[in-house]
Design a protein around this ligand. Structure first.
Ligand SMILES: Cc1cc2nc3c(=O)[nH]c(=O)nc-3n(C[C@H](O)[C@H](O)[C@H](O)COP(=O)(O)OP(=O)(O)OC[C@H]3O[C@@H](n4cnc5c(N)ncnc54)[C@H](O)[C@@H]3O)c2cc1C
Length: 403
């Protein structure tokens, strides 16, 4: 079967590798010209992510990321106020992108190909691209992210919803951290909780994916309320006054926004985390979104990864879920050889319920950060889910699926 995959980020890379290994002829079409390498920040891992890597042909678990023994919570004065033993491997988007790109069959990655149109007829789907070319296949997989063009062409509604808060994210070179800060936080997933906000950080691979001690990086994520029409609008406006409503590129985040964020960090956070924000070379912003697609299969087209569901990052499952989607698609194709409608129906029914559950779990974990609560039950959830103990036990821990 010929398969066209739209989107060359991690969802697309998992799909290309896993479907290639069950005998499909894959082509991966990414709109960004050149390479995506060198982008991204930190990613939590879960057992399912390693399974997806293995099925993609990536075998070296140990080299994927940095091992931490557990979690700590810091008070405003920098002292440890809570601990939770939870060994985990923490990795970087760039590290996974390298491993999955190296595993691809030669010549299948087509950069600079932006999907514009989809046409379906009996037995075949045709994709038209911005460079004027057209490619055809038996199956097209839309792995083109939160603002998926594939989904926009086939099911433009519902649209992703803003959760009312945004994350400042960034990376610091391990070697630049002061010794006391390195010793206090570097070897853990560390949190600092203040009312309505959450800071967390953890070690990841360094430049050139290095895992050597001294050459790694520290990744931070600081969730802060940001009312849509005022605060968020200001954060997504660059120094020239241009507003970027769909996300501001890291290098355009305004100097004023970064200066204010660092001043707030000095005032509000444990001193170790204030240092992290001070040293981060290019802090960037991620508005937090929720999205659930209502369908995943449209004739010969399937949605996968962030094109299908986006859960808040507290679950730390975006990449793992994309890998899980790719494995489920491969399983469905193998279970129904020669019967694509049945295969895609099986894929859709398996992954709709997983995606819905993970998105809902993300909303629950994010309840303490959600600025507006609509009921007493929501207010109660926001309170119980805000304690250091709850946060350390649940953040970036794969939830047990109830089915
Ligand atoms: C450069 C980059 C860095 C990231 N860094 C992090 C990180 O540090 N931490 C984290 O938790 N998550 C990160 N993510 C998000 C993470 O990859 C996803 O949440 C998860 O892996 C699911 O990915 P996805 O492949 O479904 O979607 P995405 O990762 O969003 O990828 C979608 C891809 O589709 C491409 N695309 C979009 N429209 C078209 C089109 N019309 N035609 C062709 N291609 C198209 C985009 O350029 C992009 O490469 C990053 C994503 C990208 C693209």
């Amino acid at each position: 079967m010929r398969v066209l995959i739209v989107g060359g980020s991690l969802g697309g890379l998992f799909t290309a590798n896993i479907l290639h290994r069950i005998g499909c002829e894959v082509r991966l079409c990414e709109r960004v010209p050149g390479t995506l390498a060198g982008r991204g920040a930190g990613i939590a891992t879960h057992p399912e992510l390693f399974e997806a890597l293995r099925r993609s042909g990536v075998t070296s678990d140990l080299e994927v990321g940095v091992h931490v023994p557990g979690r700590i919570a810091l008070g405003r004065d920098g002292g440890v106020i809570g601990r939770y033993d939870f060994p985990q491997v923490l990795t970087a988007w760039g590290r996974l992108q390298t491993l999955l790109t190296e595993a691809l069959p030669a010549g299948c990655y087509l950069a600079g190909k932006e999907l514009k149109t989809i046409e379906q007829e009996r037995g075949v789907v045709h994709a038209g691209f911005g460079d004027g070319t057209r490619l055809s296949a038996e199956l097209l997989v839309g792995a083109d992210g939160l603002r998926s063009t594939t989904r926009g062409l086939l099911a433009p509604k519902p649209a992703p919803a803003y959760a009312g808060y945004a994350a400042w994210r960034g990376l610091v070179e391990e070697a630049e951290l002061s010794r006391p800060t390195r010793e206090a936080i570097f070897n853990h997933l560390a949190f600092c909780l203040i009312p309505g906000e959450q800071m967390l950080g953890y070690p990841v691979a360094g430049a050139d994916d290095s895992l050597a001690i001294g050459a790694r990086r520290y990744n931070f994520v600081w969730y802060r309320p940001a009312e849509d029409s005022t605060v968020l609008r200001r954060l997504l406006t660059d120094d020239s006054g241009r507003h970027h409503p769909e996300g501001i590129p890291p290098h355009l985040v305004s100097r004023r926004a970064i200066t204010d964020m660092r001043a707030d960090a000095e005032r509000l956070l444990a001193p170790q985390f204030a240092e992290v924000t001070r040293l981060a070379t290019q802090p960037f912003l991620q508005p937090i979104m929720d999205f659930c697609a209502e369908r995943l299969a449209f004739g010969r087209v399937a949605l996968l990864g962030d094109a299908a569901f986006v859960a808040r990052p507290h679950v730390g499952m975006g990449v793992t879920k994309a890998g899980g989607d790719a494995m489920a698609l491969a399983d469905a194709l193998k279970a129904h050889p020669g019967d694509l409608p049945r295969a895609l129906a099986a894929y859709e029914s398996a992954r709709l319920r997983v995606g819905r559950f993970i998105v809902e779990h993300g909303r629950n974990l994010g309840a303490p950060l959600t600025p507006v609560h609509h009921s007493d039950a929501e207010r109660a959830l926001a309170k119980t889910n805000a304690t250091p103990d709850f946060v350390m036990r649940t953040a970036a821990v794969a939830p047990a699926l109830p089915f």
